[in-house]
Design a protein around this ligand. Sequence first.
Ligand SMILES: [Cu+2]
Length: 168
Amino acid sequence: MLIPTRFTVLTALLVGSSVTAFAQHAGHTHTAAPTPTKASTATARTATLPLVAHNPTIVAVPPSITETSAFLTVKNTGKTAIKLVGVRAGIAGHSMFMKTVKQQNMTGMLPAAGFVVPAGGTLVMKNDGDHVMLMKLKRALKVGEVLPIVLQASDGRTVTIKATVKKP
Ligand SMILES: [Cu+2]
């Protein structure tokens, strides 16, 4: 997949970066392994995806930074594969899936159309792999607060994940 030339993350994030091929962002700098916590998968309306989230985390960023990333592991407890095609969060004006790409000595991110969670399997979203980008944050994040992130599948089903803001 080619990087759209007018992709805003690129122009916003390449300032001050020595990497020119890919987007980079502050949310990717964390290396600490988060401790597992009990995950909540929230409110069923009509069709809730059979996804159980583990350790859903939104990376804390300073108030001057208006975008961050979110990481979590989701287990598909259903009998069919789930294709995640959308993500949204009330805290962010724009949310999207991204994947980490390594090329030669450069690491960066590219937009991802979606991720598949195999039946009975897990999808790991982490700082150096697939992840969620939360852009155009509407206010400063507070460490420890819990914010909902909605994942949507290709069949329209959704699940709301409650993610905790944590320092990198
Ligand atoms: Cu990213």
